[in-house]
Design a protein around this ligand. Structure first.
Ligand SMILES: NC(=O)c1ccc[n+]([C@@H]2O[C@H](COP(=O)([O-])OP(=O)(O)OC[C@H]3O[C@@H](n4cnc5c(N)ncnc54)[C@H](OP(=O)(O)O)[C@@H]3O)[C@@H](O)[C@H]2O)c1
Length: 345
């Protein structure tokens, strides 16, 4: 675990608030009580979670917006992600442990942590969140605590694609399709760090960022066909964009024999007789992998590029911007806690 941050609020203050209060201890949160457009997201005063056995309660510093948040909120993924209503969204969390449940080491209290929460559980769009202790990793000490939330699910998705599935090695060529997004930013960096030559597709607003992240070639998908721009075959394709059957086939066709097509979106179809591999990736929470990502951040080898920060109260606006394609990279949301004039650091 990393050193405890000195600026985090003390337990004493939280305990004092509790002592002065009769009745249930509450917190501010954003939730939706029915599926629908972004306007179903509303502020609510909810009971503050208590730590059940095996859990910690985190005082939330940051959470994020991910594209699937909007899909779940709209009710389009009820079969895949059966959330109970009302639902507090936000499965990325960073913050400070303020309570532990049975079976969890008490010395976690006061630690700054980061986690990728179970996607159907009550989320981190709140002042406090209950988190299974086994999912928690120490937060990076070298970046603002709120920003650390941006590392969780997107960093893990990139790790599981580039390191675990594609096993990218020095000298390989890797195409990241959709590099301008939250996952793509980490994937480009991890592939470049592994010694690969990275080709990225990105629009004009993301060109400079993905270049700084280590892309050797950037193909502007708004003007250029990636299949035409990539003239030499690649060892791995990471597809982060919903593609038509023709587009998917064109990406698979860029692979060398023995290559791998990893997709978080449209599954790859491998032509009969070909020896390329297609992987449909479903990210899983993994505290050990998250700890590896944190170590890279603190070693200065992985950047957490946060493109915008919003107060949690603006979550509905953030969902609307995300659905309109107007968010770039990772966006962090920060709750305001009692006694604070503004969001956390
Ligand atoms: N299966 C899983 O476990 C899993 C996990 C994480 C994410 N996902 C999914 O993976 C996808 C990417 O996630 P994300 O969080 O990175 O999304 P994101 O942050 O919304 O990024 C998507 C980015 O892709 C770029 N883009 C849009 N159309 C494109 C095109 N035709 N060609 C190339 N780039 C294009 C845009 O960036 P610019 O225009 O700025 O270049 C856009 O910002 C989403 O569909 C998400 O739901 C799945």
């Amino acid at each position: 675990m990393s050193p405890t941050r000195t600026e985090t609020p003390t337990r004493t203050r939280i305990q004092n608030q509790n002592q002065n209060q009769t009745g249930p201890i509450t917190m501010r949160a954003i939730q939706f009580t029915s599926f629908g457009p972004s306007s179903v997201l509303e502020a609510a005063e909810l009971p503050r979670p208590e730590a059940s056995p095996g859990e910690v309660v985190v005082r939330v510093a940051g959470t994020t917006f991910n594209p699937v948040d909007a899909t779940i909120r709209a009710g389009f993924l009820a079969q895949v992600f059966p959330v109970d209503l009302p639902h507090v969204p936000g499965f990325d969390v960073s913050g400070t442990v303020v309570a532990v449940g049975g079976g969890v080491a008490g010395d976690l209290i006061g630690r700054d942590v980061v986690a990728f929460l179970p996607m159907t559980a009550p989320g981190a769009s709140a002042e406090f969140a209950a988190v299974p202790a086994e999912l928690v990793a120490a937060a990076p000490a070298s970046i603002p605590l709120a920003d650390a939330a941006a590392l969780a699910s997107s960093g893990l998705t990139a790790w599981q694609a580039i390191v675990e599935q594609a096993e990218v090695r020095p000298g390989q060529r890797v195409l990241v399709n959709g590099a301008g997004g939250g996952v793509g930013g980490f994937a480009v960096q991890l592939a470049a760090r592994a010694g690969a030559t990275v080709i990225a597709t990105a629009g004009p607003r993301s060109r400079d960022v993905v270049t700084a992240q280590g892309a050797a070639q950037v193909v502007d998908y708004t003007t250029t066909s990636v299949a035409a721009a990539v003239t030499e075959p690649v060892d791995a394709v990471l597809n982060l964009v919903r593609t038509s059957p023709e587009e998917t086939a064109a990406l698979v066709a860029l692979l060398k024999p023995g290559g791998v097509f990893v997709s978080t979106t449209t599954p790859g179809v491998v032509p009969a007789g070909s020896d390329v591999r297609a992987v449909s990736l479903f990210v899983r929470s993994d505290a050990a992998q998250l700890a590896e990502l944190v170590n890279l951040v603190d070693a200065g080898e992985l950047r957490v590029d946060v493109s915008a920060r919003y107060p949690l109260e603006q979550l509905a606006e953030v969902h609307a911007l995300g659905e309109a394609g107007r968010l770039r990279g990772k966006v962090v949301l920060t709750p305001t806690h009692d006694g604070e004039g503004g969001a956390d650091r």
